[in-house]
Write a protein that binds this ligand. Structure first.
Ligand SMILES: *Cc1c(COP(=O)(O)O)cnc(C)c1O
Length: 401
């Protein structure tokens, strides 16, 4: 494996090419920076989209053929980042449907992660021993064309009503093994602060809930939603982590950076989960630049997801090996914190597993031979003693009671 060091991307400055002035000339700054104005002016149908963006034939067909399959919705802010001259613009590929999305392939699943059989109540997906996913609503600021939870975000589940919310909370309350609750949907930051707090406050009051995570694309698609008042609200429920979803460095604009830094400044750590998408970000240079841009605004790269086997997404899937190769081109060559975990969420509901390049060349009883990131072999001598039990552990456990 060789990685041309000349190719290591210089950390680019934030130079967003926004078409705001051209597309929304009448919007005042107050309107533009008001997330509710952005939501009211979201582009939700093909006719409006075609007025604002010259669609390719593939996109025109995509918009028409996916109309009955999955919602269209693009915030003016996100739309203004689309390159009008290039169908492979990463923002465009995530927001504008193409024909391939309307095609179902054999083996593709409506519920690719096997979540529905693991929903003891409407609001909860309980798949791992100690943590649950809490689904709060079915709406988003932008409907990602790569959404794999579209059976939910396509509508029909709506915002949790009082009964369903209470059942979800009751489930967490009565399952003491749940120490981590991941709030998602839909996008929880589209809830009013009052509604959000009606979920966070009772969750935080449950003694065994040690931490809360919120999965959101707001910093990417609607950064004006991150207000000081939202950041302060979130800080009250610490430890609370925001997990966001930047897929390409082009999305890291001045506005996105302001949103992330505001959260971090208020004591809310932010992590990023990217999804690997063919011909959009399936290149080590892009993922490396994305990671660097995230770290520069104190957002930690967390997962790099292999695309789920969801209906209509074959055209965005990469071979497993492509992801492993990207990690191999990052590990050692850049800051360890910049290297995400490559995760495959197993089709059918097995949960996530992580993959990484195999650095072990040979295992012998007395030593293991490994290669380093440059491919050079090194020996690690194995110790003579192999008992790894910790004698103090019982003492420590007894003392804590
Ligand atoms: C991804 C996921 C989680 C969280 O997994 P981590 O590896 O802890 O980030 C929890 N529940 C479900 C259903 C998930 O898909």
């Amino acid at each position: 494996m060789s990685f041309d060091e000349q190719q290591t991307p210089a950390t680019a400055d934030l130079t967003p090419v926004s078409r705001r002035a051209e597309l929304f000339p009448d919007a005042t700054d107050d309107q533009w920076n008001d997330w509710r104005w952005q939501m009211r002016n979201s582009v939700r149908d093909g006719a409006r989209l075609a007025q604002l963006l010259k669609l390719t034939d593939d996109e025109r067909a995509g918009v028409a053929e996916t109309a009955k399959i999955f919602r269209l919705g693009i915030s003016p802010y996100y739309l203004s980042l689309i390159d009008p001259a290039h169908p492979f613009c990463p923002v465009r590929m995530q927001a504008v449907p193409v024909k391939a999305e309307a095609r179902k392939r054999a083996g593709e699943l409506r519920d690719p992660l096997g979540e529905d059989p693991r929903r003891p109540v409407e609001a909860i997906v309980h798949k791992y021993p100690d943590r649950v996913l809490f689904l709060a609503l079915d709406t988003c600021s932008v409907y990602c064309r790569h959404c794999t939870r579209r059976r939910i975000t396509n509508g029909g589940e709506a915002e949790l009503n009082k009964t369903e919310l209470e059942k979800g909370l009751e489930y967490v309350r009565t399952h003491p093994q749940v120490r981590d609750v991941l709030l998602s949907g839909g996008d929880p930051f589209l809830l009013s602060e009052e509604r959000l707090e009606q979920i966070l406050a009772p969750l935080r009051a449950i003694p065994h809930v040690e931490m809360i995570r919120i999965g959101t694309r707001i910093p990417v698609c609607l950064p004006m939603r991150v207000t000081e008042s939202l950041a302060k609200l979130l800080r009250k429920y610490a430890p609370l982590f925001v997990v966001t979803h930047f897929n390409h460095p082009k999305e890291i604009t001045v506005e996105a950076k302001r949103a992330c830094e505001l959260l971090v400044d208020h004591g809310v750590p932010v992590e990023n989960q990217a999804v690997l998408m063919r011909r959009l970000n399936s290149d080590a240079r892009i993922i490396t630049e994305l990671s660097h841009a995230c770290l520069k605004m104190r957002v930690r790269p967390y997962y790099l997801h292999q695309m789920d086997v969801a209906e209509g997404l074959e055209h965005l899937r990469t071979p497993i090996e492509a992801g492993v190769k990207i990690i191999e081109q990052m590990r050692g060559w850049t800051t360890g914190l910049a290297v995400p975990h490559l995760a495959v969420d197993l089709p059918g509901g097995g949960g996530k597993v992580t993959l990484q390049p195999d650095y072990v060349l040979e295992r012998k009883p007395n030593e293991t031979i490994l290669r380093n990131y440059r491919g050079q072999p090194y020996a690690y001598p194995e110790p003579e003693e192999t008992d790894c039990s910790c004698p103090y552990d019982d003492v420590w456990r007894a003392q804590r009671r």
